[in-house]
Design a protein around this ligand. Structure first.
Ligand code: SF4
Length: 310
């Protein structure tokens, strides 16, 4: 077996920042410490923080008054922040700066009187947060068919934003359809799909043709991980999204296979390592690291966290 280990893969700068923020917050404020929704969409990461005493909540009402609450990398709507303030909860905002950028664009477009078409997945934490910045102006679309159903008055000002973790190809198709239907559409000069999503997709696109099977490490509720699996499948290669090596099925793999291994932006490197070690031990695999670009992106820790060395 030959393993192609895709690079870049795994944790992005936003996920690193959110996890470091939570580790530091535990040291500074102690536990129980509350996190609004999953810190990142990965079962291993969430379970490891649960073991340390972190409590993940679905509503601000679940957080006791005066406690500490961390907002995850996906961001929250202003309503959630206001609810936390009303309950005198100390908040730490670990929203990824690239998600904050989309929130700011939503605020700006809505102030300037635009109707905003948000391309994204209904119910995803990031989409809920972004829509909450300008709820009266927002129209969510997931498909080209959704675009066809949109109706705006003649001459309406229309802007477009996207979720940061979409398929680049799907988003391109949807935005093209939007521009065909609404030629006056404006969009941020550089799209909203983040560098990490684009790079991981680009690596899968470049390397899948060499592979017999693609293994994506990541959780089922991780948008960017699912997009990697879909992209590999669109390249004509059987592709599987697994949380860990324990989910690998022997009948997916053969000794003479070339296996492309990658990981979504919320999947820790430890699960990649375990997977590669398993392929080495079980199939005598040789491993080639295949890098399509170098990532040097780091985000500062959020305000509200004292400067304590981890
Ligand atoms: S996937 Fe992109 S937008 Fe999401 S946390 Fe990572 S860098 Fe930020």
């Amino acid at each position: 077996m030959r393993v192609l280990l895709a690079s870049p893969r795994g944790f992005c700068a936003g996920v690193n920042m959110a996890i470091e923020s939570l580790e530091l917050a535990i040291r500074v404020f102690g536990v129980p410490l509350y996190v609004y929704h999953e810190i990142v969409h990965n079962r291993h990461v969430v379970e490891s923080f649960c073991r340390k005493g972190v409590v993940f909540v679905e509503a601000v009402a679940q957080v006791p008054e005066g406690a500490t609450l961390l907002f995850s990398a996906h961001g929250v709507s202003p309503e959630i922040r206001q609810n936390a303030d009303r309950r005198h909860i100390r908040t730490i905002d670990a929203t990824c700066p690239l998600v904050i950028k989309v929130h700011r664009e939503a605020i700006r477009f809505s102030r300037e009187g635009y109707s905003i078409v948000l391309v994204g997945h209904e119910g995803h934490d990031e989409v809920v947060g972004t829509m909450g910045e300008a709820p009266h102006a927002m129209h969510l679309v997931e498909t080209e068919e959704d675009v066809d159903r949109l109706e705006f008055p003649a001459g309406a000002k229309i802007a477009c934003l996207t979720q940061t973790t979409l398929s680049v190809d799907d988003a391109d198709r949807i935005v093209r359809r939007l521009k065909t239907r609404f030629p006056q559409l404006v969009a941020p000069s550089r799209g909203d799909i983040c560098y990490a999503t684009q790079n991981r997709q680009e690596a899968v696109r470049a390397l899948s043709p060499e592979a017999d099977v693609v293994i994506v490490l990541g959780s089922q509720n991780s948008s960017n991980s699912r997009r990697l699996q879909e992209l590999a499948a669109q390249c004509g290669v059987p592709a599987y999204l697994v949380d860990s090596v324990a989910d690998l099925q022997p009948d997916w793999l053969r000794n003479n296979h070339t296996v492309l291994v990658t990981a979504g932006a919320s999947a820790p490197e430890s699960v990649v390592r375990q997977c590669v070690d398993h392929l080495r031990n079980r199939y005598n695999a040789t491993v080639e690291i295949r890098s399509i670009c170098d990532e040097q992106v780091h985000f500062p820790l959020p305000r509200g966290l004292p400067a304590v060395q981890l």
